[in-house]
Design a protein around this ligand. Structure first.
Ligand SMILES: Cc1ncc(COP(=O)(O)O)c(C=O)c1O
Ligand SMILES: N[C@@H](CCCC[NH3+])C(=O)O
Length: 447
């Protein structure tokens, strides 16, 4: 008889704390102390598909889509494919009633090949090439979001029929996110600033083009925003601008796209954006702004990416070595790193980590989980508590990696990108296979 069978209460003491705010909905710990997602042990995924692997809980992702539909019943929810886009993901989100936001010909092609209705696609990009605009036109996408004076002229001159368009406006809001993802402030590359009349000028130019059918305005304040008040401010400014357009041009725009950027937590104590609070803030702001300007309520579009896909993902790694630096830190080195998760190096992102393949009753130790790449900044989690008996071969799991991990991955050090393994109802299937060294070699021109 094992100690656990005699003292079952020991199990909870030894089980890693898997906070539901951070881990996918379908996460549990089985009788062997292994973390399972949707009924599949992460250790089995490590054995079957290798490590590192991105694991994606299909029902978690679908559940987030449903929550958006419930919390914002009147809004259009367009999933931002830049967070994570595969054919399966495109199908799941559209089956759940979401539209899709794409920002390149590649994302558009994935969406179309998944059978997404082009009329439900919104095309973004601050530097869409002529070929990308042609692809969007040919596909018949529902909305193209105009981002520069050059683009307005280019699209107008290449259209043979009317195209619905939005203008991306920069409202000048600092949503206090990392500078690399702050897009609502005036001095950055996206959109036309409200400041200095640049947005007014864009409107004039678009209205001067008979083939461009201006239906609304778009703004995106940045990413990982946790305070709903910024979206309320955006509603006030954007409705004000729509009222000004009515005054100047006699045109009533009917659509207001507030972009995405809804923050999630990566660690249990991180703040996150509460969707009901967001819905209330947007509603109130719309009521006030529409009353103030006597403007008819526009239809709202939201474009969440991270908040739909982020928590559905977990990355599994295998421990390769454990190194104690005398007078320094303990490094737990794993077989992935900044090539599958550049967010730590890019934004100083912080993650939770858990031992996934067994119980451990060892005392916790504060360690740094480091990657395998040739940079000392290649760290996945700094100062996290993990059992002190970790050893090579153990499997570690990092939650919150569904968004901007696969899509940001690189092949640094000629390390192929990990597979995406979807889990549902106790079964796993590969959505994207691992990139092999052969794949990398195949891309080279022959000598
Ligand atoms: C125009 C636009 N919409 C939506 C998103 C999605 O952002 P997030 O994944 O933070 O919701 C982005 C990325 O920041 C974006 O640039
Ligand atoms: N890549 C960023 C988000 C960028 C959002 C797209 N504009 C992140 O991982 O946080």
């Amino acid at each position: 008889m094992t100690l656990l069978e005699i003292f079952p209460s020991l199990r909870s003491a030894m089980t890693p704390r898997l906070d539901p705010a951070v881990w996918p909905d379908g996460t549990h710990v089985d009788d062997h102390g292994r973390i399972t997602v949707a009924g599949v042990a992460l250790a089995d995924i490590a054995d079957q598909y290798g490590t590192p692997s991105y694991v994606l809980d299909e029902m978690d992702l679908r559940g987030r889509c449903r929550t958006y539909r419930e919390v914002f019943p009147e809004a259009e929810i367009a999933y931002a494919g830049k967070a994570l886009l595969t054919r399966a993901v495109a199908s799941w989100v559209t089956e759940e009633g979401l539209a899709l936001d794409v920002c390149s010909a590649g994302e558009l092609a994935i969406a179309l090949s998944a059978g997404v209705d082009p009329r439900r696609i919104i095309m973004h990009g601050n530097a869409k090439t002529p070929a990308e605009l042609a692809a969007a036109r040919t596909a018949g996408v529902g909305r193209i979001v105009l981002d520069s004076v050059t683009e307005i002229a280019l699209l107008a001159s290449s259209l043979t029929r009317r195209q619905n368009v939005l203008i991306r406006v920069t409202p000048g809001i600092d949503a206090h996110t990392h500078p690399a993802v702050a897009t609502g402030v005036t001095d950055q590359k996206f959109g036309f600033p409200l400041a200095h009349g640049q947005a007014d000028d864009a409107v004039r130019r678009v209205l001067g083009q008979p083939r461009l059918n201006l239906v609304g305005l778009h703004c995106h304040l940045g990413s990982q925003i946790t305070d709903a008040a910024h979206f309320a401010t955006a509603v006030h400014l954007m409705v004000g601008q729509m009222a000004q357009i009515r005054l100047d041009h006699g045109l009533i725009l009917t659509e207001l796209d507030l972009g995405g950027g809804h923050g999630i937590c990566y660690r249990p104590d991180d703040p996150q954006l509460d969707l009901s609070t967001l819905a209330g803030a947007i509603e109130n702001a719309l009521d006030e702004a529409c009353a103030r300007y006597r403007f008819p309520r526009p239809r709202i579009t939201l474009e969440p990416g991270r908040a739909v896909a982020g928590r559905a993902g977990v990355t599994v790694y295998r421990v390769v070595s454990v190194k104690h630096i005398t007078g320094g830190r303990t490094f737990v080195c794993v077989d992935g790193g900044m090539s599958d998760n550049p967010r730590v190096a890019l934004y100083g992102a912080r993650y939770s980590v858990a031992l996934a393949n067994r119980h451990s009753s060892a005392a916790p130790a504060v360690v740094t989980v480091a990657g395998r790449h040739c940079e000392s900044g290649d760290e996945l989690a700094v100062d996290v508590e993990l059992p002190s008996d970790l050893h090579p071969g153990d499997v570690l799991a990092v939650p919150g990696t569904g968004a901007y991990h696969h899509s940001l991955a690189s092949t640094y050090n000629a390390v192929g990108r990990p597979p995406i393994v979807a889990v549902r109802d106790g079964r796993s299937r590969e959505l994207i296979r691992r990139e092999t060294v052969e794949d990398l070699l195949r891309r080279e021109a022959s000598r």
